[in-house]
Ligand binder design. Structure first.
Ligand SMILES: NC(=O)c1ccc[n+]([C@@H]2O[C@H](COP(=O)([O-])OP(=O)(O)OC[C@H]3O[C@@H](n4cnc5c(N)ncnc54)[C@H](O)[C@@H]3O)[C@@H](O)[C@H]2O)c1
Length: 313
């Protein structure tokens, strides 16, 4: 297949490019490097890979045929979308509109990477795809949550009205190598602090829960969804729920640091719990996560050790 990956120079996108190339596909990576980096794709030496720097909020004209579009372009960490509120809304709205237009023109299958944030601060747990969410549209996180909710709505509209073959994955917290140390998400935060001998910052009392999916599991689920014929949203994430405090203690243990845990005030609209119901992914995609938190964190810690070593040298 000839595959377009928007946001392919980002954390998840670059792993997806690796997987697609390993499975024999031709990949065109499109990214404006707003939050991604060429370092994430610099290792790729493959004639089937090409990269174009482009902002997908502007139309993209391509001569060649395209079979699949994976649309990942969007700031994704709270620090990024709080700093880039309007680009986040634009890429969720205009970027998704442009890529759906391209899918329609090329008769390509289109996959949107949506997010568990569409459930907001959920009033039910675990969250199944039928739950409509509890989102504050005008809170600081609204720029991301509502952009993704709009992106889902326009994706379904192109599917229903224009007959475009569409897929929607709702990604739950994913972690692994190529995340940025300072992207504000809890995994790089804790690991970075632990490796630098700093205290780990827990917001609130640490009783809020998250579930963490290792990136190789996440992209396998996304790939299987693209292959499927299922057009309603589907959760892909790890249902093993942990409190943030448990998780901080786990990072302390695995890094062997003498750092301590300190507590700070909870940011506005921080969800108190997050846990995917993956019944559908199990049944429809025959998918479930395989990598344990211990194994995934071990690999991520090794990666960050390498980054920090290079910074020091
Ligand atoms: N990582 C997670 O835990 C998680 C959770 C839920 C959803 N997601 C979704 O997965 C996707 C990838 O997230 P990630 O964690 O890899 O984030 P990331 O920031 O590492 O990657 C996003 C990529 O999109 C690019 N981009 C942003 N705006 C663009 C634009 N206008 N035009 C072209 N490229 C643009 C960035 O430069 C970056 O390379 C996002 O859509 C995000 O919403 C991620």
């Amino acid at each position: 297949m000839k595959v377009l990956v928007t946001g392919g120079a980002g954390f998840i996108g670059s792993h997806l490019c690796d997987l697609l190339l390993a499975r024999g596909h031709e990949v065109l990576c499109v990214d404006n490097l707003a939050t991604g980096s060429k370092n994430n794709i610099i290792h790729i030496e493959n004639d089937n890979f090409s990269y174009v720097r482009h902002n997908v909020t502007k139309p993209l004209y391509l001569e060649e045929k395209i079979d699949w579009i994976f649309h990942l372009a969007s700031p994704a960490s709270p620090i990024d979308y709080l700093e880039l509120p309007i680009p986040t809304l634009k890429v969720g709205a205009l970027g998704t509109y442009n890529m759906l237009g391209l899918a329609k023109e090329k008769n390509a299958r289109f996959l949107l990477t949506s997010t568990s944030e569409v459930y907001g601060d959920p009033l039910v747990s675990p969250q199944s795809e039928e739950y409509w969410g509890n989102v504050n549209p005008i809170g600081p996180r609204g720029v991301y949550d509502e952009a993704k909710r709009f992106a889902e709505a326009i994706t379904m509209a192109y599917h229903r009205y224009h007959g475009v073959e569409t897929r929607i994955v709702r990604i739950f917290n994913t972690y692994g190598p190529r995340m940025r140390l300072k992207d504000g998400r809890v995994v790089p935060n804790f690991i970075g602090q632990a490796l630098n001998g700093e205290d780990l910052t827990v917001y609130g009392d640490g009783s809020q829960t998250r579930s963490f999916c290792y990136v190789s599991d996440e992209i396998e689920g996304i790939y299987r969804l693209m292959l499927s014929d299922y057009s309603d949203p589907i959760n892909i994430g790890n249902p093993e729920e942990r409190t943030i405090l448990e998780f901080a203690n786990f990072v302390l243990k695995l890094t062997g640091t003498s750092s301590k845990i300190i507590f700070k005030e909870l940011p506005e609209d921080d969800p108190k719990q997050r846990r995917p119901d993956i019944t559908k992914a199990r049944k429809i995609l025959n998918w479930e996560p395989k990598v344990s938190l211990e194994e995934g964190l071990g690999k991520t810690i090794q990666y960050f050790k390498g980054i920090l070593k290079n910074v020091i040298q």
